[in-house]
Write a protein that binds this ligand. Structure first.
Ligand code: CP
Ligand code: NVA
Length: 317
């Protein structure tokens, strides 16, 4: 099936081949941008970006990405649009669909994104919800591919909260043919349905300790202990997550050439030490830059039918 005019709400929305197509598009557009070659494949297109939560990378990558592709992005903070004072999600989706070519939303509740998608006649992109963060995974996999030259067969160890990022990451790894071991404290595991499905499809394990997860890993990955909206759980989480940290000792348990990733923002001294985040095995800033290229690949495929057909054909060959 074509990716053109589709939603990207959860990782399960794309097949393994479609994920490869997005990564191919991202890499192609990155090459063109680095070579200073024009790639304005979205001239005249507009993207509405609804944000109920803070963002640096996601906002800037989508906004700059649309600009570089020749289109336009509108930043709509939820407290500045009528939705923030009670206009329904349904009406918002219907109105925006008539004016823009794509809607992106970062919401507190995943249900808001699925409702937007239900009533929108243009593609809707999940820019992070409490359930998934699929756009992040595009940058993560692109970074691993750039660094290791492949994805298939590599082992990624995820240390920490089985949250939105982990839910998307574990599905992305399975689709990419990677192995994933997750070390999450009791009670902070990934979504049970996602986990069960992923365990059936690929090599996914939840293990007892960060050291066990890190053994022979090619990639170490972590995310914050306290996600946006969970601030009142800070104390409880600090206790539960003690020891679930990427530090020098843990890096030594992985393969000597392992790379370290973090979706950012980071809380140094909690889920990762600053030494490691700024150390020679860290690729966190390359990963952050790749948000731009990942987003451009995704947008170009969803919104330009010809570009999508050519990328799809190139992945098949
Ligand atoms: N990783 C990520 O989504 O960052 P922002 O919250 O800054 O967008
Ligand atoms: N899990 C984090 C990711 C931030 C990009 C959060 O939801 O706040």
């Amino acid at each position: 099936m074509a990716l053109y005019h589709r939603n990207f709400l959860e990782m399960k929305d794309v097949t393994a081949e479609e994920l490869r197509t997005i990564l191919r598009a991202a890499a192609e557009l990155k090459k063109l941008q680095k070579a200073g070659k024009p790639h304005k494949v979205l001239e005249g297109k507009a993207l509405a970006m609804i944000f109920e939560k803070h963002s640096t990378r996601t906002r800037v990558s989508f906004e700059t990405g649309m600009y570089q592709l020749g289109g336009h992005a509108l930043y709509l903070s939820s407290d500045m649009i009528q939705m923030g004072r009670g206009e329904s999600v349904e009406d918002t989706a219907k109105v925006l669909s008539r004016m823009v070519d794509c809607i992106l939303a970062r919401t507190n509740s995943h249900a808001t994104i699925t409702e937007l998608a239900k009533y929108s006649s243009v593609p809707v992109i999940n820019a992070l919800s409490d359930f998934e963060h699929p756009c992040q995974i595009l940058a993560d996999l692109l970074t691993v591919q750039e660094e290791k030259g492949r994805l298939e067969g590599l082992k990624l160890a995820y240390i920490g909260d089985g949250n939105n990022v982990a839910n998307s990451l574990l599905q992305g790894c399975v689709k990419a043919g990677m192995r994933i071991a997750l070390a999450c404290p009791e009670g902070f595991w990934p979504d049970a349905t996602i986990l069960k499905h992923a365990e059936k499809e690929g090599d996914v394990k939840v293990v007892g300790s960060p050291a066990e997860a890190a053994k022979d890993a090619d990639v170490l990955y972590t995310d914050v202990w306290v996600s946006m909206g969970q601030e009142e759980e800070t104390q409880k989480r600090a206790k539960a997550f003690a020891g679930f940290q990427i530090n020098e000792e843990l890096v030594k348990k992985a393969k000597p050439d392992c790379i370290v990733l973090h979706d950012l923002p980071a809380h140094y001294g909690e889920e990762i030490t600053k030494d490691v985040a700024y150390g020679k095995q860290s690729r966190i800033f390359q990963q952050a830059e790749n948000r731009l290229h990942g987003q451009k690949g995704l947008l170009a495929l969803l919104l330009n039918q010809e570009f999508e057909a050519s990328m799809r054909a190139s992945v098949k060959n």
